[in-house]
Design a protein around this ligand. Structure first.
Ligand code: GLU
Length: 549
């Protein structure tokens, strides 16, 4: 039996050889510096914030170099696939403005290097695995799971490295006849790489982020084709990224230690080794010790969390960009009028250790971002959020569209806008008192003036004698001052500070009483705007309510 026939016995039914695929997927015609990279999730439907972070970096790196960013679905571990997982991933990433030039889309594949879903590429993997078998760089392994578990126990007992290598790689020693006999007997097998590495030698390489690195060479005969006929991650990565002409493998740091395996695979397959960029994980401070953000333990790990909170996607991205390159914040400060997309990311400026995920910083960025939005945009986003998470509030927003937009416009669309909304789930907490339907205070936050008679006197005097619905802001303030003076309060702070004993208090006490009576809160946006928006009838109602309380 020739080696060709032997390979055909092990992996039957392959119609094309590797030359066919090499021609089918020619080099891309791109400028030399163009980065071709991909996002390669399993279709679990779940996106970890760390995965979003790495997708963002990959997308931006490809865009800023005039390269290509594509989506490949890695579904060779069929247990991890969920229905509609792919669409969910695409939709979720779109929300964060992460768009692919090529690859899997909601309407099938786009691009010349497909199929982009690994389970549809079985023939291709088999063609390359066959080539390795023909060249004696791969072999079938008949060891059962029980045998492997048994060997693992022995390795643990003898304190040897765990794995299929050296003297533990039993099937490596089988000759062609042994194999043919076993196959004809119907014994099940997988295909393993025949590693020629030496664990005692150092493998030196350069990672775009981590810089010069070294690890022991690989000597594991890792599986390349599993018993279900599908490739392992390692093998699929090599074949796909070669045929799809990926220039940079940008991925999570958990794959860093696999570089020796991957390089060996690329070399054995006769492929050019791509560049690697391993992104450090986002970490969390867990009672003083740093650990990776975990899907199981941390709600912040899921991107759905940010949608529930109503943190704008743009704010999340600005935060991730800050994490990616620490000079981004300074750049943003110096280039306020520029589109943040103009900032160029640099692998060399990325952190090489874990980066602490700072939720407070994200919230600050979000506050800043929301403060710069137009009132109508705040309205739209708040409504979108409420439509999903708070139907009652959504109904109020719909019923009072113009009014709500005006409420959101208080101290907005100006040079120094107010920064009180950190996320859209916060809006109701911030502005509930502006809606009569929600205005049921549990308490009133009276400050210096808290005597009922004095409060009543201030409110009645102001509204009966000094409140004028037609007042502009200057006149309104003038009338407030007059009211204060009439009641024995200083009309301005300077007078009050000079002679505090001459007054019952100052104008700020008067405005505080009015503020609290109208809203129950001691801290609100501009009181004049609130008064205008409430209007005379509602003001009267609220005063009545406050005095009854
Ligand atoms: N499917 C792999 C993962 O989800 C992709 C890693 C890579 O980007 O190569 O971790």
């Amino acid at each position: 039996m020739t080696r060709e026939e032997y390979a055909d016995l092990l992996l039957p039914g392959v119609t094309h050889n590797t030359d066919y695929y090499e021609k089918l997927y020619p080099e891309r015609e791109l400028p030399e510096e163009a980065i071709v990279t991909r996002y390669a999730p399993s279709p679990t439907g779940f996106i970890h914030i760390g995965a979003l972070y790495s997708a963002f970096i990959s997308n931006k790196m490809a865009n800023q170099t005039g390269g290509v960013f594509f989506l490949r679905i890695e579904d060779t571990d069929q247990k991890r696939s969920v229905d509609d997982g792919v669409n969910k991933i695409i939709e979720d990433l779109e929300k964060f403005n992460i768009k692919f030039d090529e690859g899997v889309t909601k309407d099938g594949d786009k691009g010349k290097y497909g199929p982009y879903t690994q389970s549809s590429r079985k023939e291709i993997y088999w063609a390359y695995a066959k080539k390795l078998i023909i060249e004696d760089k791969a072999y079938p392994c008949f060891c059962t799971e029980e045998e492997c578990t048994h060997d693992k126990e022995l390795q643990e007992k003898y304190k040897e490295r765990i794995g299929y290598y050296g003297r533990w790689a039993k099937c490596r020693k089988l000759n062609m006849e042994d194999v043919i006999k076993k196959v004809n007997n119907g014994e099940k097998y997988i295909i393993r790489l025949k590693s020629t590495g030496d664990f005692n030698k150092r493998f030196k390489f350069k990672d775009c982020i981590k810089g010069k690195s070294e690890l022991p060479e690989n000597d594991m005969d890792i599986p390349i084709i599993k018993s279900d006929g599908l490739p392992t991650y390692h093998f699929a990565h090599a074949v796909d990224d070669h045929l799809m002409h990926t220039t940079h493998i940008i991925r999570g740091d958990e794959w860093f230690s696999s570089i020796p395996i991957h390089t060996e695979l690329f070399v054995k397959l006769g492929f050019k080794v791509p560049k690697y960029a391993h992104i450090s994980p986002l970490m969390i401070d867990d009672n003083g010790s740093k650990r990776k953000l975990s899907k199981r333990k941390d709600k912040e790990a899921a991107i759905s969390f940010y949608h529930e909170q109503g943190i704008p996607n743009e704010a999340v991205m600005l935060y991730l960009e800050t994490v990616a390159n620490s000079n981004f914040e300074i750049w943003l400060e110096q280039n306020k009028d520029k589109d943040p997309n103009e900032f160029k990311l640099d692998f060399k400026k990325m952190s090489t250790g874990g980066t602490l995920f700072d939720y407070n910083k994200l919230i600050n960025i979000s506050k800043n971002y929301i403060s710069k939005l137009k009132a109508s945009d705040v309205y739209d986003l708040a409504l979108n959020h409420a439509n999903i998470y708070d139907k009652d509030f959504a109904n109020l927003l719909i019923k009072y569209k113009d009014y709500s937009t005006k409420v959101f416009n208080i101290e907005r669309e100006q040079k120094k806008p107010r920064k009180d909304i950190s996320c859209f789930s916060d809006i109701k907490n911030q502005m509930w008192y502006m809606y009569d339907e929600l205005f049921n205070p549990e308490s009133y936050e009276w400050q210096n003036v808290n005597d009922k008679n004095e409060i009543e006197l201030i409110l009645n005097t102001y509204f009966n004698e000094y409140y004028n619905v037609n007042d502009d802001k200057d006149n309104w303030f003038k009338h407030m001052q007059e009211c204060a003076e009439k009641l024995g309060y200083a009309g301005n702070m300077k007078d009050y500070k000079e002679n505090p004993n001459n007054y019952k208090g100052s104008i700020t006490d008067i405005s505080m009483v009015i503020r609290v009576a109208l809203t129950s809160k001691s801290m609100t946006p501009d009181l004049y705007d609130i008064i205008c928006l409430l209007g005379t009838d509602r003001i009267k109602e609220r005063i009545k309510k406050a005095l009854q309380f």
